[in-house]
Design a protein. Structure first.
Ligand code: AMP
Length: 211
């Protein structure tokens, strides 16, 4: 199954993808995680995108499309994937359609005030990328990842000014994809507000209904 998770930053796409891949046995591919790994490793791509990520803007389509195309060609992506954070523009969606069309697009609906509240309390493991929230899903030991013991930190782009930029970018560049995929008959929308286990139930029901 080839799935796209669509929705604003902080909609819970990454958290839900981590839960869903355990059941579906397909990889969770997050372009944000791929870019952050490149920054951390100091690769040529990482050097190029570091400032863009910190500001909350979008990496140019050509770079992003090339990265995804290469990742989807890996052996573990043969039987399916969950794409989280891609596509984010119509040209990215058109490109994906040409080399790996998705079966279903899941749109997570979450209001702006919920997004801002979630992102300002979100924390992420620097080593493995596991997502926490200091209010609703804190690590067992403050500052340390439950899964790998890595440092749990606040992403640069989860600072308030970048959060606003990312939301504006989402509304302008990414939200049009809802109508784009809707017109192609592959969109299901679910309410993204609530405990992850509840959102997972809605996700399962939406997928069963879409089949
Ligand atoms: P995310 O982890 O999905 O919130 O992504 C973090 C950042 O990575 C975004 O704010 C963008 O700067 C960059 N990024 C991730 N995915 C894309 C994409 N599909 N197109 C352009 N930039 C992206």
């Amino acid at each position: 199954m080839k799935l796209i998770f669509l929705g604003p930053p902080g909609a819970g796409k990454g958290t839900l993808a981590d839960l869903a891949v355990e059941k579906l046995k397909i990889p969770h591919i997050s372009t944000g995680d791929l870019f952050r790994a490149a920054v951390k490793e100091g690769t040529a791509l990482g050097v190029k995108v570091q400032g863009i990520l910190a500001s909350g803007g979008l990496v140019p389509d050509e770079l992003t499309i090339a990265l995804v195309r290469e990742r989807l060609a890996a052996p573990d992506a043969r039987s399916g994937w969950i794409l989280d954070g891609f596509p984010r523009t119509i040209p990215q969606a058109e490109a994906l359609e040409s080399f790996a069309p998705a079966d279903q697009v899941v749109n997570f609906e979450v209001a702006d005030d919920v997004v801002v509240a979630r992102l300002s309390t979100r924390r992420v493991c620097r080593a493995c990328g596991k997502i926490y929230n200091i209010r609703s899903m804190p690590p067992k030991v403050a500052g340390l990842c439950d899964a790998c013991g890595g440092e749990v930190y606040t992403r640069d782009d989860d600072q308030e000014s970048a959060i606003r930029t990312r939301l504006e970018t989402y509304r302008r560049q990414t939200e049009p994809l809802i109508a784009w995929y809707g017109a192609r008959g592959r969109l299901v929308t679910i309410d993204g507000v609530g405990e992850p286990s509840l959102v997972l139930e809605r996700f399962d029901a939406a997928l069963a209904g879409a089949r």
